[in-house]
Ligand binder design. Structure first.
Ligand code: S6P
Ligand code: ZN
Length: 195
């Protein structure tokens, strides 16, 4: 008889943890260069290398047809006017799709394909979002509490962080008069230089 773990897992949607599975942490210092407002980033970092999110992954099997999954726990907060977000990535194996299920909080998923077309969807508890292959994805917490979601993906999806690190997403999610707003990065950057 096979062991129940990791075939059976118990997870906590409040803390974004999975019993017995390791978590990795991403802090402000891991996202140097990702936030649009560099002055605000430096000011925040000088205060504290704050925790932005944790990711807890389970890899039950390898090989054709196998699935991996993980819970992300993204804290509320902003760097300047831009909401806390994940690094964002393409899958290293480009055709790999993914399915996200919202468990707690409120946020947006930003998408960008290889031709540079961008769009976004909400992510909230009891909602699911299909992330197509060949599409970079980043999650943004636009609410006052942690955003927690489950992601399920082919075992060999992998992560390509380098492409996003170089070119970033062309859109940002920023606070405009108290409202989370999706804007072109270039337009947001212009607002920062206006006196
Ligand atoms: C993995 C999946 C998520 C992210 C996590 C953190 O394919 O999309 O588990 O890894 O939300 O985001 P990132 O961009 O730092 O990996
Ligand atoms: Zn992914």
């Amino acid at each position: 008889m096979q062991a129940l773990f990791p075939q059976f897992t118990q997870f906590d949607p409040l803390t974004g943890t999975i019993e017995g599975a390791p978590s990795l942490e991403r802090h402000l210092s891991d996202l140097r260069g990702y936030f649009a407002d560099q002055t605000a980033y430096q000011a925040a970092f000088t205060q504290e290398d704050a925790l932005l999110y944790t990711v807890t992954n389970v890899e039950p099997a390898q090989g054709d047809g196998a699935l991996h999954y993980g819970i992300s726990y993204l804290l509320p907060g902003r760097v300047g006017r831009e909401y806390y977000m994940t690094k964002g990535h393409f899958h290293a194996w480009r055709p790999a799709a993914e399915y996200y299920i919202g468990l707690r909080g409120a946020g947006l998923l930003l998408f960008e394909d290889e031709q540079g077309h961008s769009w976004s969807t909400p992510i909230t508890p009891n909602s699911g979002v299909y992330v197509p292959g060949h599409t970079a994805h980043r999650t943004v917490n636009t609410g006052p509490e942690p955003l927690v979601f489950l992601g399920i993906y082919p075992f060999n999806a992998g992560h390509d962080y380098g492409t996003i690190q170089e070119r970033n997403f062309s859109q940002v999610v920023v606070d405009v008069n108290g409202q989370p707003t999706v804007m072109e990065r270039s337009a947001f950057l212009r607002t920062l230089t206006q006196i």
